[in-house]
Design a protein around this ligand. Sequence first.
Ligand code: ZN
Length: 376
Amino acid sequence: MTRGCVWDRVALQRPIAERLKAAVANGKVAHAYLFVGAPGSGTLQMAQALACALLCDDGGCGACAACAQVWSWTHPDLVRVQPEGTASYLAEQAREIVREASLAPVSGRVRVFVLEDADRLGHSAANTLLKTLEEPTGRVVLILLARSYEAVLPTIVSRCQVVRFAPAPEPEAIALLVERTGATREQARAALAASGGVLARAEALLRSPSALAARTLVFDTLKRLPYLDAYDVLLAARDLLAAVRAPLEDLKAAQAAEVAERQEFLGKQVSTKPLEERHKRELTARERESISTVLGAASSWIRDALVVGAGREDLAANADAADAIEEIAYAMSPAAAVRALEAIEAARQRVSYNVSPQLAIEAMLFDLQEVLKCPR
Ligand SMILES: [Zn+2]
């Protein structure tokens, strides 16, 4: 993890960070925020920084146990929620948030809720949440995240302080990654492309040998894909998923240790079920992030083929895969590239709608194979 004050981790959105930092310092934190920004603009990391500042004794020092817990989404007063319905939040999820928001903070400070994809809060879930959104108890801060302002229900928007995020400029993001991880500019640029421009994810990728290996494997798979038979495609999907899950092993070990420690401390008769359920949610979230990085790498590979085919090698992000990309670039039409990108996006959607990752990746590889075999 990055050292230093948590606000430094969101340095690419400095004006917003300064405003929120001042709000915390002056006790003027809003009861509900709506962070609006395209992927890569850093809304999720800003929500974490704000949660750190609220839950740390030192305004978000970045070094204490509370900050570490917030940054790994394991703080007991931090609740991260993603839509569990096929297309939207379930009414039941909203009721659970209302219930949890009424509990006293474990830390004695506040409870912080981060609701991702707030544009997928439908009328019923939104209605359930309205009371919690508008009744400032002083002990709850809700941070809603959305890609676009227009897609969020007006009843929600009107109860939140809206903060708009501009996309972070790429050169600055690359410079920051180089400084923090010691990667080369080339590596930083590739990591950023695989991470949809999300700085924190690019940084995590550069720091994780197993995540980097998954990126290499997806490139290798794309290169071989046109020559594989159906059985080999299934095997490739399985290997890819294993590579995606490899970076989660450390988290699983840490979770098992936490359960064992809890049992030792409280005795075997005390249920560890709530803890295990939290672990499961955490693992699902991390697995999705890991899949998202691999899919992001695949998208950036196809985009590179597109720009190289148009004679703009200078815009390609993945220098380490230049040979394979060049091989397909001149054969691939823009329409074929779009079909390939759609296949990858469909996999991302399927995973977010709870389709098994194995099935989502298999379907994607078959679709991509069709495009790469006949890239016109
Ligand atoms: Zn701290």
